[in-house]
Design a protein around this ligand. Structure first.
Ligand code: AMP
Length: 216
């Protein structure tokens, strides 16, 4: 089982890239943020625990993620491939992922960091609209749906994510710098880090990430 990790600040485009490269790589896109939002919606014990952290833009406790990702790997076929979007998010989770991977005969092949300047990140998060029904992502200007406010894929009304409000965005970026950015050095040390310029449009960034993953 091969696991490709996408790194990058909130708004760097991890979800957009993962959604575009998963099918051509014959992989499954795993967004821990989406899994947690589903758990919150469904009112599961994990969701009840996660809700307040997510609303503040903080990381959900590692134990919740360990259970979620552990269950995912345990249920996966041996030849599965995953593109991990939003996990790991700190060095403890990266160590956890190595332990879980070893247990399930899996390995992290690469960590691809999508580099985007801060002003682009702020614009992307501020203009992001999401589909609450199918999870598709849009941007009011750069990735606009065909009809304003309506999901291209399923026709539901688009919304602004609760954690894309300005105060929460600031907090998420601070959490990223403090807890997630050190993962870039973590994966560099073990020779698995690749970097991609993420400031272009969604298709070209996704194509660049795909080339890097296919190149190994
Ligand atoms: P995302 O959709 O990846 O931006 O994640 C949205 C929110 O879900 C984050 O701000 C965190 O509160 C939570 N979250 C997602 N992935 C993780 C993770 N690996 N560890 C802790 N919290 C997470």
């Amino acid at each position: 089982m091969d696991l490709t990790v996408l790194l990058g600040a909130p708004g760097a485009g991890k979800g957009t890239v993962a959604a575009r490269i998963a099918a051509p790589l014959n992989a499954k896109h795993v967004s821990t943020g989406a899994m947690l939002r589903d758990a919150v919606k469904a009112g599961t014990p994990a969701g009840l625990c996660a809700k307040a952290y997510m609303e503040r833009g903080e990381l959900v406790p590692d134990a919740v993620l360990a259970d979620m990702v552990g269950d995912l790997l345990a249920a996966a076929p041996r030849d599965a491939r995953f593109v991990l979007d939003g996990f790991p998010r700190n060095t403890n989770q990266a160590a956890m992922l190595d332990t879980l991977a070893a247990r399930h005969n899996a390995r992290v092949d690469l960590a691809v960091c999508i580099d985007v300047p801060l002003d682009v990140v702020l614009d992307r998060l501020g203009g992001r609209r999401v589909c609450p029904a199918c999870g598709a992502n849009f941007h009011v200007r750069t990735l606009a749906p065909r009809q304003a406010g309506v999901c291209d894929s399923c026709g539901a009304s688009l919304v602004t994510r609760a954690d894309d409000q300005p105060d929460t965005i600031r907090n998420r970026l601070a959490v990223y710098e403090e807890q997630t950015a050190p993962l870039v050095a973590w994966y560099d040390r073990v020779g698995k880090l690749r970097r991609v310029d993420g400031s272009g449009d969604a298709d070209s960034v996704a194509a660049a990430v795909r080339r890097v993953v296919e190149g190994g």
